[in-house]
Design a protein around this ligand. Structure first.
Ligand SMILES: *Cc1c(COP(=O)(O)O)cnc(C)c1O
Length: 418
């Protein structure tokens, strides 16, 4: 597929050479006003740190360029050499270059502006910048740990559960997370997006399987497609009578919040009930831009959930995780899943013991809003699906009494007659 089809310009008017000063302050960010009369609804928040990053690293570009999501994709950082231009690479980071191994990299300028150029151990930086440890493959690690290829009746569909399917609509993502479950399929340069003919086969499978009442669009990232291609998918699926709910799994609101345009949300809300699960990792991702993106989606009536991968040294500290869940609720995102990190090749430096995840759940349940507590799950290797892992709140049984433990570690009896 040609590049223009992937990121259509949608008749964007020519950028003016200069821009008037931003007129108002929103949060700790500036609100960039619409560019001109013909492109109303293009206002978007921009953080002060992003303005600084833009003027330092893209001196020829304007705030309107920055807020154009296609500009963000076109100007993403995709090589170690480019990273070197704005970060001081650590020994572990530059060792990748010396190894000669090509690891796919993709970071939007927006997300790059959140990275600490001086601290290679900063949480956000570790999620997207490759390190030499990725080259160490440990026992139990596999290319396709969830065995999705074996549960795929037709290309792009994973049908593992009785009443719902995963529909992988594109291989392209606007950011390559270093621990991605689908590392083996995303970012293959030649064949990022799928063709309509390929989608039609998958849609036909769903039409013929009347037990499918829930379709989860993922990838890659569905929100990197143009509005018209997303609408093609949603409208075809919505036309199938037995498909009750549609869902999109995405990281776009976090790494490319400018993609959440008013045009996009106005289109999405025609296909309710539509849910969106957003991949969040760390409280530092909750910027004014991300807050605006989430609020736009929530205002369109889309229930938002988060999916977070438990990562060593990034979000495995109970206090940091609790902060993340609180920040998510403030932008109307309900923590949905906390995933044990999948054993993809070269992921041992990210993986924690299961006990660490249990400690995070124990630190939430009872101590804070129930809405802040996600389900902690392990996606079983080999395709067993998501298996919930819970701290032991049931201590045992004495006669007709169930012995329970509460969040304060006090025990209680509950009469449970058979
Ligand atoms: C995660 C997943 C789903 C959705 O699971 P829910 O628990 O309903 O969110 C569906 N299919 C596959 C293959 C999945 O991995």
């Amino acid at each position: 597929m040609k590049k223009e089809e992937v990121f259509p310009q949608q008749g964007e008017p020519e950028e003016p050479a200069s821009l008037e000063p931003p007129s108002s302050l929103a949060f700790q960010g500036l609100l960039v006003p619409p560019q001109n009369q013909t492109s109303k609804n293009t206002a978007f928040t921009i953080s002060v740190r992003s303005v600084e990053f833009l003027s330092k690293h893209f001196p020829g570009s304007s705030l309107h360029d920055w807020n154009n999501w296609q500009w963000q994709v076109r100007n993403s950082f995709t090589s170690v050499e480019q990273l070197n231009s704005f970060l001081g690479l650590s020994a572990d980071e530059s060792a990748i270059r010396e190894s000669g191994v090509h690891l796919p990299i993709r970071i939007t300028p927006y997300y790059a502006s959140l990275l600490d150029p001086d601290n290679p151990l900063q949480a956000l930086r570790r999620t997207v910048i490759p390190v030499v440890q990725e080259l160490n493959v440990s026992p139990g690690e596999a290319e396709d740990p969830l065995s999705e290829t074996n549960h795929s009746p037709v290309p792009h569909i994973v049908h593992r559960y009785p009443d719902r399917v995963l529909f992988l609509v594109t291989n392209f993502c606007s950011a390559y997370c270093r621990y991605c479950t689908r590392t083996h399929m995303v970012s293959l340069q030649e064949k990022a997006h799928s063709s309509q003919a390929e989608w039609d086969i998958a849609i036909e499978y769903i039409r013929q399987h009347t037990e499918v009442r829930d379709v989860l669009l993922s990838g890659g990232d569905p929100l990197t497609l143009s509005d018209s291609r997303i609408e093609y998918l949603l409208s075809r699926l919505r036309a199938i009578p037995h498909v009750e709910i549609l869902r999109i799994g995405t990281k776009v609101p976090v790494v490319l919040p400018q993609r959440i345009t008013r045009d996009l949300v106005n289109m999405l809300k025609k296909y309710h009930p539509l849910f969106i699960s957003i991949h969040f990792t760390h409280p530092d991702e909750l910027t004014p831009e991300v807050s605006e993106a989430c609020n736009r989606l929530a205002d369109a009536g889309i229930p938002l959930g988060s999916q977070t991968v438990l990562l060593k040294g990034i979000n495995d500290e109970p206090g940091i995780f609790k902060k993340l869940t609180h920040e998510l609720l403030k932008v109307r995102v309900r923590p949905y899943y906390l995933y044990q990190c999948d054993p993809i090749p070269g992921s041992s430096h990210f993986r924690t013991p299961v006990e660490t995840g249990l400690e995070i759940i124990r630190n939430l349940r009872g101590h804070t809003s129930g809405y802040a507590v996600p389900h902690y799950v392990i996606d079983a290797p080999g395709g067993g699906g998501k298996i919930p892992i819970l701290p032991d709140y049931v201590v045992g049984r004495e006669g007709n009494d169930l012995i329970l433990r509460n969040y304060e570690n006090k025990t209680f009896r509950f009469p449970d007659y058979i």
